[in-house]
Design a protein around this ligand. Sequence first.
Ligand SMILES: [Zn+2]
Length: 223
Amino acid sequence: MTQLPARPWNGLTVLDLCCGAGGLSMGYYLAGFNVVGVDLHPMPNYPFEFHQADALEYLAAITESGEIEKYALSHASWPCQGKARVTDWRGSRADHPDLITPGKELQQASGRPWVIENVPEAAWDGTLRPDYILCGSQFGLRVRRHRVFETSWGGGGELLPPCWHPTGRNKLMAFEHKDERAYADAMGCTWMNKTEARQAVPPAYTEWIGRQFLALHSAAPAA
Ligand SMILES: [Zn+2]
């Protein structure tokens, strides 16, 4: 278990579906949320409360039971490796059907605000509306890892600096197997092992999105 960084608690909880080793969970945590994660695979290094389960089934069950009401927001990184240019490292593409469409339907039906994260390719064919397109360079991270986010509130919020990919000495790091540890650390995923970090997303992205959610929903922090 990693030593969690200190952060102010805002009294709200995020449900992170298909949470992996917790890169985006950590972002919400840093924005002040409690986080509960769900993933089909065991995640021994996940730093928050964790449930090993099929995320679609889990969300359907807690929507049915009413437990969903304890969450301010659901976040999901539904698998869609079929869309990614990078071949999945954990098996064949056929093992990973596109779950974005059924997942989004369930999140909409849950009645709670939601966020879906995916690779940029998921926006090219209209599967996701790119409410936010984020890059490490916008947060001062030296990594190239673009991700799109569709949100129930349609985006908006504070302006970020544009994505910028300098050349030469200040070049951003692209993922490569020979330097996976350095890449994981540059993303801010220091608690993960190298394998976990391959599919991780920098916490900075959801730390920022969590803050936009709070600002746009006037969700008053607990006293
Ligand atoms: Zn970029």
